[in-house]
Design a protein around this ligand. Structure first.
Ligand code: SF4
Ligand code: SF4
Length: 316
């Protein structure tokens, strides 16, 4: 299967020359390539990854800072003008982000194009909530970007929706499902489709897991992990479901692999403790519960489990 960056290139290709107007109608206008022209520019991490692949890390990093409209300590823009803008035009034109491509052609109602924009009066205005329905390619970019985000270990409470990711969109069935799970509501999922986004499998795994359908949850986690081999946290969850359906070796492999990637998750140690408890490998169980206790000293259950395993060891 093509990489996500290759799929992004295919998406860009589908946008040109139709349905967006082709040719350089902008002439010498560069307003939307300057910090003053727009307050900020939404660019996903997947698009930055493509820029990095084709133009190097510095180009991608500088563009990300420009897109965020970063300022120095005295409040001056770090990049008054897009760092990709050369006298002859955009240096990364073939890989310019989606927002550069659609600007001028589409406009969220309530905003206005710059006075000098040649597209003024020709653009399609849309209510902000209908962005994904109206702007061609926006939904596909969202799907690809969300799968890209999923591959990365979560870096904060925002998880897959961190900076550079894609925000929650409650018109989207997968996001809606996530919110419903969070609120403890019954979840309705779309019918399963061949080749659906990895994010869809991730949501299915969570929904089935919540419903206690461990075999189904495990199956979807397997697909997610095949695409996201760095997600130690998801390996830990997948191992839990494997354990629940007595696939003990698979659970052990998943948890040990998760520990290779992340030694700071007490849940993984604790699950391994339960596994070795189950196998009556008491010393191992005690060691893993002990490791969980060290990481989470405020959770007495780890220490209690460790002491129980040690007492079993003495009786053995
Ligand atoms: S990447 Fe290219 S098109 Fe986009 S803002 Fe920069 S110079 Fe303009
Ligand atoms: S899209 Fe509009 S504002 Fe941007 S460079 Fe073209 S004419 Fe200028």
């Amino acid at each position: 299967m093509a990489s996500l960056e290759e799929q992004l290139v295919q998406l860009y290709a589908r946008l040109a020359p139709r349905p967006l107007a082709s040719g350089n109608l902008c002439g010498s206008c560069r307003t939307c390539c300057t910090s003053g022209g727009l307050s900020r520019q939404n660019v996903t991490d997947l698009e930055l990854s493509l820029l990095e692949l084709r133009h190097g890390a510095e180009v991608a990093s500088n563009f990300a800072r420009y897109a965020r409209r970063e300022r120095d300590a005295s409040g001056v823009y770090l990049f008054e003008v897009c760092p990709n803008l050369a006298p002859e035009g955009c240096r990364v034109y073939a890989e310019r982000p989606f927002s550069c491509r659609v600007f001028g052609h589409y406009r969220a109602s309530g905003t206005r194009l710059p006075d000098e924009c040649v597209y003024r009066g020709e653009e399609v205005a849309f209510p902000p909530r209908q962005y994904y329905d109206v702007v061609p390619g926006a939904l596909r970019l969202r799907e690809l970007s969300r799968d890209f985000q999923l591959r990365r270990p979560p870096t904060g409470a925002a998880g897959v929706a961190d900076q550079g990711g894609v925000g929650l969109n409650l018109n989207d069935p997968w996001d809606r499902a996530l919110e419903q799970i969070g609120q403890g509501k019954p979840v309705e999922l779309p019918a399963k489709k061949e080749g659906e986004p990895i994010f869809a499998s991730y949501v299915r795994a969570m929904v089935l897991g919540e419903a206690g359908q461990h075999e189904g949850a495990l199956e979807h986690y397997r697909r997610v992990l095949a695409a996201c081999p760095e997600r130690a946290d998801l390996m830990t969850f997948a191992g839990f479901h494997a354990f629940q359906v007595a696939r003990f070796e698979e659970a052990e492999q998943l948890w040990l692999r998760a520990l290779q990637l992340d030694q700071a998750n007490p849940l993984t140690y604790s699950f391994l403790g339960y596994l070795y408890n189950h196998r009556e490998e008491w010393q191992m169980a005690a060691d893993f519960f002990g490791a969980a206790a060290e990481l989470q000293p405020d959770q007495p259950v780890h220490q209690q489990r460790r002491e129980h395993a040690l007492s079993q060891l003495l009786q053995a």
